[in-house]
Design a binder for this molecule. Structure first.
Ligand code: NAD
Ligand code: INS
Length: 337
């Protein structure tokens, strides 16, 4: 039977998820859409040729009797309340990252879910579903490059809007690395320091860009992540793992190489929508399948919480310039998969 989905937030990724649930994935249909900007909700419904009901209020989507499960794609600070409301209604929810703005907020979601007694939340961390990261993890796990010692990573966006501020480089951008690197290394973080090099002239007063985040894991692996959200040239995600026997790199997205006018070139993608298009398809298909099977298995509220525990320390480190500890609580048995 087709799973009836309600979507809250019909902006860039909301529209994308509605499109994929409607045109690409199996087993679900979008029956309700809400956005505080009703025009966005109507436009998303029309663009996908849906018969869905449009609501002004997200809570009405959660309460709608014909909605079986939720997709939350509204702005970051709204996620926690909608996730809690979905749990309260007993409806499974796919919540885009970050699960909440602080670890404390994520913990409230974790506690509500544990109280409900079953997993109801999947967080939109799509990178563990990306074929490139999966291939990189297989190489690390095979032992081919020996024990990982260091990671050099970069998360570069071509540009961001004027309302994007220094803290968002952590809560909205680095949060992907904070999740995927724990998974990649099967490790957790111990401390972090953040440094700011000379700022690009393409930024504004409220955004220090770029920044370098240096994390240390419990196993002693040192990770540097460059976050550069006005890099201009493209959307570029890099991850190089230095092991004691060799090096493994995240593969580049495939693209045709051309030789022309004395130049050898390949195109660099410019948009997250294209860079992770397959990973988004796979993560949402998994959510739909797992809801139908009665057991969620994707990135959990605990993963959302763990990433936010590290993010909180990164925010503190942005302010202090010092090395800040990351105190990750042990994963409760409820979340052992
Ligand atoms: N996983 C990823 O790679 C990825 C990619 C993009 C965005 N995101 C996340 O998805 C969310 C949306 O990002 P976006 O780029 O689509 O932003 P956006 O600004 O394009 O869209 C957000 C939409 O939510 C609506 N909205 C805001 N508050 C609302 C509320 N209370 N109720 C209903 N609608 C509300 C806005 O009007 C807007 O239409 C963000 O949390 C972002 O971090 C994740
Ligand atoms: O919301 C987006 C999204 O999560 C992208 O994957 C990330 O690269 C951007 O920095 C962020 O602003």
């Amino acid at each position: 039977m087709s799973l009836k989905l309600g979507v809250i937030g019909a902006g860039a990724i909301g529209k994308e998820h509605i499109r994929r649930c409607t045109q690409v994935l199996q087993g679900a249909s979008v029956v309700a859409v809400s956005d505080i900007n009703l025009d966005n909700a109507r436009a998303a419904v029309n663009a996908s040729g849906l018969q869905a009901e449009v609501y002004a209020n997200g809570q009405d989507v959660i309460n709608a009797p014909d909605v079986d499960a939720l997709i939350i794609t509204s702005w970051d600070p709204t996620h926690e309340a909608f996730a809690l409301a979905a749990i309260e209604a007993g409806k499974p929810v796919f919540c885009e990252k970050p699960l909440a703005m602080t670890a404390e907020g994520c913990r409230r979601v974790v506690d509500a879910e544990m109280k409900a007694g079953r997993r109801l939340v999947q967080v939109g961390f799509m990178r563990p579903y990306d074929e490139g990261y999966q291939a990189l993890k297989s190489v690390i796990d095979s032992g081919e490059i020996g024990s990982p010692l260091m990671l050099h990573c970069a998360h570069r966006n071509p540009e961001v809007g004027d309302n994007y501020t220094t803290d968002m480089a952590i809560t909205s951008t680095l949060i992907h690395e904070l999740d995927v690197l724990r998974w990649l290394l099967n490790d957790d973080y111990r401390s972090v320091q953040v440094r700011f090099p000379r700022a690009t002239s393409h930024t504004h007063a409220q955004l220090k860009d770029p920044q370098i985040v240096m994390l240390e894991t419990r196993k002693g692996i040192l990770i540097d992540v460059e976050i550069f959200v006005n890099c201009r040239y493209g959307y570029d995600i890099q991850c190089e793992v230095v092991g004691e026997e060799g090096i493994a790199r995240l593969p580049e997205p495939s693209s045709v190489q051309t030789r022309q006018t004395a130049k050898l070139s390949t195109t660099i993608l410019t948009d997250w929508k294209d860079r992770f298009i397959k990973a988004y398809d796979v993560e949402l298909q998994a959510f739909i399948r797992d809801v139908q099977a009665g057991e969620l298995r994707g990135p959990s509220a605990w993963d959302g919480y763990a990433a936010s525990v590290a993010a909180d320390a990164c925010l503190k480190a942005q302010e202090s310039g010092a090395q800040e500890p990351i105190n990750m609580p042990e994963r409760p048995a409820f979340y052992l998969r």
